[in-house]
Design a protein around this ligand. Structure first.
Ligand code: SF4
Ligand code: SF4
Length: 70
């Protein structure tokens, strides 16, 4: 099993300009802004499960991203 980040679309406030997870993710091109759905989107194969995105999203009280186990 391994951990990857998953965005909870209903809670993501990327449509209001939030890009915290995208800015803080240390892996290149791993969280992108989905312009169609207006939410952040994790590219799972690139995600290392480091949890940094979860920490910054929670610190901002959005709680819109979590780690899931595959
Ligand atoms: S930090 Fe949270 S609320 Fe902001 S874009 Fe990422 S998932 Fe969405
Ligand atoms: S868990 Fe780490 S590698 Fe994966 S999307 Fe979040 S910040 Fe990026």
């Amino acid at each position: 099993m391994y951990a990857v980040a998953e965005v909870i679309d209903e809670d993501c406030v990327a449509h209001k300009g939030c890009r915290l997870c995208i800015m803080y993710c240390p892996e290149a091109n791993t969280i992108l802004f989905d312009a169609e759905k207006k939410v952040a989107k994790v590219i799972e194969p690139s995600c290392k499960g480091c949890e940094l995105c979860v920490v910054v999203c929670s610190a901002a009280k959005h709680n819109a991203i979590r780690l899931v186990h595959r």
